[in-house]
Design a protein. Structure first.
Length: 401
């Protein structure tokens, strides 16, 4: 691959969860880069592709990387997901059992740092600039590579919208759009049966995916990771909402990372952890639904109210991107190229205060991005609140740090 290099070689990878908007970003980077005289390589399967790469010209690395062309990226450029595929691989913390065959003799600890091999693999490919597209986990390793001398320009992606330093991450708008649509779809069943509707959405540490749809009118109440909630209070509010509604139903959105008052940990579907130490969440919505049904007679003249529970899960991260997740990835991709053409690296492309910009890449690991409870969440009413919309970001409480 290195022999065909023109002005230089740019490598792109996508890591972590899939979201709509990744393929438009890859397309934007590739087309602009080719026109500027660069070769573009797609690294498959996130950090896993370059980790498993074999530094041998005779080796078949087609499952680990490929040269991108306009024809390739145009086919996928308007679709959801990532045609480069993805993983939650963490090259700095590789369990002994997962060390690639070619490195097993060299790395024998229970957990191994294969960063030296990643750097050698990038050099073997002749990579001049690396553009990782991902959330704080994927990009935290990009920060490590930058510290080791790799020229990195990063693009923020996560439907939770919780990457620090930016008001917007690729995938968030489509997630919000899907959540609102599905809330409205399920209203018909909730209204027909005069029930309370509980929707569980992704959101491990930040509640943006629950807050914004609720503010948009998709739900009466929401509970988020930033505030431990009293389920008795939630039940009382939802019963009141239901009984005020002529159609006799009410709706609450529950973040997967939300916790009941008094609990010390989140609800896990599985205790098996990924490479970044995260166990799989899921089930808080189901627990809340059962408790609401159990407590509802206390606020409904002794009569129990049935509950519809729906975990939205991957439905809100699948499918084609909406308008914002088609436009922003195009802009982010071009922003990355703008920096590379100026010889600038170690940056994260961002949206701040309604304008495209860039920030030092280490902002990703320097802080956490969460809901500002005092400003944006009414802990008594368990719903968003806002005193003034003037000069606020497009998605309101999503301003970067």
């Amino acid at each position: 691959m290195a022999e065909t290099k023109k002005k230089g070689t740019i490598a792109i990878l996508t890591g972590g969860g899939d979201v709509p908007g990744l393929n438009p970003a890859i397309r934007a980077i590739t087309i602009r880069a080719i026109h500027e005289g660069y070769q573009v390589i797609g690294l498959r399967k996130g950090w896993a592709g370059i980790l498993e790469f074999e530094r041998d010209k005779r080796a078949d690395n087609s499952d680990r990387c490929l040269v991108l062309t306009e024809e390739i990226v145009n086919k996928a450029g308007r679709t959801g997901g990532t045609f480069l595929h993805t993983s939650r691989t963490r090259p700095s913390h590789v369990p002994k059992a997962d060390v690639p065959e070619q490195y097993k003799d060299k790395y024998t600890s229970e957990v191994n740092d294969l960063t030296p091999e990643i750097i050698k693999n990038l050099e073997f490919l002749g990579v001049d600039y690396l553009i990782p597209i991902g959330g704080d986990d994927t990009l935290s390793y990009a920060v490590r590579l930058y510290a080791e001398g790799v020229k990195v320009v990063a693009i923020p992606k996560t439907m939770d919208n919780d990457v620090p330093g930016t008001d917007y991450c690729i995938g968030f708008s489509t997630c919000v759009t899907r959540t609102i649509q599905m809330c409205n779809t399920l209203r018909t069943s909730a209204g027909s049966h005069e029930r309370i509707l509980i929707l569980e959405v992704f959101g491990r540490y930040a509640g943006f995916t629950a807050m914004i749809p609720t503010m948009a009118g998709a739900a009466n109440r929401c509970v988020i990771p930033e505030h431990k909630f009293d389920v008795d209070k939630l039940t009382q509010l939802l019963v009141e909402d239901r009984n005020k509604n002529p159609s006799k139903y009410s709706v609450a959105i529950v973040s997967e990372g939300a916790m009941l008052a008094g609990d010390t940990d989140m609800i896990y579907r599985s205790l098996e952890k990924d490479a970044y130490g995260h166990a799989k969440l899921g089930g808080i919505g189901d627990l809340v639904s059962m408790k609401i049904k159990e407590l509802s007679p206390n606020y409904n003249n002794g009569k129990k109210i049935n509950v519809i529970y729906q975990q939205l899960g991957y439905l809100v991260r699948g499918g084609d991107p909406d308008a914002i997740d088609s436009i922003v990835p195009m802009a982010y991709g071009n922003l990355a190229l703008d920096l590379i053409l100026k010889g600038i690296h170690g940056r994260l492309v961002v949206l701040r205060n309604g304008r495209y910009d860039n920030a030092p890449i280490d902002v990703v690991t320097s802080t956490n991005k969460k809901i500002d409870i005092k400003r944006h969440y009414n802990t008594d009413r368990l719903r968003p609140h806002y005193k003034s919309f003037e000069f606020q970001p497009l998605f309101l409480m999503t301003g970067g740090s």
